[in-house]
Design a protein around this ligand. Structure first.
Ligand SMILES: [Zn+2]
Length: 275
């Protein structure tokens, strides 16, 4: 699933391509993709609007349009949003095509079909429950060491589970949560309220460092993810623990272990991340 670094990379690559362009028309092949409004209203509202700017919030992509409209996209498991010439081959599972006034298209494809697209007035963004309940952004000024420590101690949840909770911190997913915990040398099953101040400080810095490196390397492509121009990321080559079961830890050479936590595969070094 695309996480903060992947969605941020899509935002940056798409913005360079579509900012200032207007929508000529939209074609929808999977009605359930459009969460709100209805499909016909979506097409009518979108036509003629200009893309003004793009933003990211957690794993959501927000495309701001003229007339105060915002297109909100969540890629879920396998969604891809790519800018292409209209003549480019159509990828399988293409569910939405937006024809742009430079003759190119923005296409949404999704093998698993869990992604969502909404078009709402900026004043009604709060109607989207997933967006409304998001926690703080890891790069927000208000996200401080003190804030994180307080939040950790107000929960009694296994750390890996808490890091995946989007209402706790926005944007972390399975890959980066594993990498963050390795960087911070904390066991994924440690309870959040048991963390020391020192561990919490390490966790704070690890979150920012790992996400920054993920963005600098244009995201992680293990399977489906590509950026807004169809390019794979590079961070999969730099992963220290995620997806590396039975491979030696880069620090201590102990083999990386895989555990299931909350139904998700979790990878960690049993020596570097002792309980
Ligand atoms: Zn190790």
């Amino acid at each position: 699933m695309p996480e903060l670094p992947e969605v941020e990379t899509i935002k940056r690559t798409l913005e360079a391509r579509i900012k200032g362009l207007s929508v000529v028309s939209a074609e929808i092949f999977l009605p359930k993709l459009i969460r709100m409004p209805g499909v016909e209203e979506f097409k009518a509202l979108l036509t003629g609007r200009k893309f003004l700017s793009l933003e990211r919030r957690g794993k959501y992509l927000l495309l701001r349009l003229s007339h105060g409209l915002v297109m909100v996209i969540h890629l879920r498991m396998t969604g891809r949003l790519v800018y292409l010439p209209a003549s480019a081959d159509m990828a399988p599972h293409t569910h939405l095509i937006i024809n742009l006034d430079d003759g190119c298209q923005m296409r949404y494809s999704d093998i698993r079909r869990f992604g969502t697209v909404s078009l709402v007035p900026a004043s009604e963004l709060d109607k989207l429950s997933g967006l409304r309940s998001l926690g703080k952004e890891p790069f927000d000024r208000e996200f401080t060491r003190g804030y994180l420590l307080k939040q950790l101690h107000s929960h009694r949840v296994i750390l890996k589970t808490l890091l995946l909770d989007q209402s706790f911190i926005a944007g972390l997913g399975n890959i980066y949560a594993d990498e963050v915990l390795f960087r911070a040398r904390i066991h994924p099953q440690q309870r959040s309220n048991m963390l020391t101040q020192r561990q919490s400080a390490r966790l704070f810095h690890a979150i920012r460092e790992v996400l920054t490196e993920g963005i600098e390397n244009r995201g992680t492509t293990l399977r489906d993810y590509v950026d807004g121009e169809g390019m794979a990321g590079n961070y999969q080559n730099l992963l220290k623990v995620h997806n590396r079961e039975n491979q030696p830890c880069s620090v201590c050479s102990t083999n990386i272990v895989r555990l299931r936590i909350s139904g998700r595969s979790t990878y960690f070094c049993p020596y570097c991340q002792r309980m």
